[in-house]
Design a protein around this ligand. Sequence first.
Ligand code: ARG
Length: 279
Amino acid sequence: MSKAKKFVALFMALALTFSMFALTGCAADEEEPETTEGTTDEGAEPAAEEFVLVEEGKLLVGSDTAFPPFESMNGDVAEGFDVDLMNAIGEKLGLEVVFMTEIFDTLIPTLKAGGKFDVIASGMTIKPERQAEIDFCDPYYDSNQSVVMKAGSVYNGPEDLAGKKIGVQSGTTGEAWAQENVPDAQLVPFKNATEAFSAAAAGNVDAIVNDLPVSTELLKEDSRGLEIVAQIPTGEQYGFAVSKDNPALRDAINEALAELRADGTYAEIYEKWFGIAPE
Ligand code: ARG
């Protein structure tokens, strides 16, 4: 080989080596993420756990259905904001929603015990004490308390209720507010809100402490001589609740709820029951 040929051969060999190196380097680069993926979490992700139901194909709902406009009975059919929202959630999950009337006070222990219903939808406020017992889904409604008395009553603050008979629904945040804020409160517990209002109309209690949107609704058509004398900004949030043994159901409800908010169904249902758009 001439010097010139040797030079060309050497040059070509170098060029080849270099290009091969460049090519393999490049190929290795491209493959790298795939390799990493394959060796780390590919296939390692656990399958989303299935939720459990008391009855296959059904979402059984425990609710104190005397709490309009969230839940009330129209003949033997439950209706209200919670009912429409639960039905829409059921539709997303492919489940038939069945409302079962229960005393409010018994909802949490019954859900915990299991075997009767899958979810609580009952205008229930999310509270730490309750979160220790059951799992709440994401909040779906903002609420406050109210004081209801005979129209024309003087109310400047909880001290005006001192020593008076105050009707409350057992086990509610209204009851807790009265216990904590009214000096020498004489609490008269009722099974549900409608009974407390009847007692106030009849003069058997001097005042009621109850969730504001429900008091508004109960006085709307026939106030029976009662009025809301104060709004108490407790800043409560309602949440649907499931057993702590059923986190997959909580996640599924949250996902459905998020979809209903995104697709406008939530706003539609809200406007239907409250006459205004949600904030
Ligand atoms: N928000 C209040 C609470 O959680 C009252 C709920 C009462 N609900 C009903 N359906 N009666 O204590």
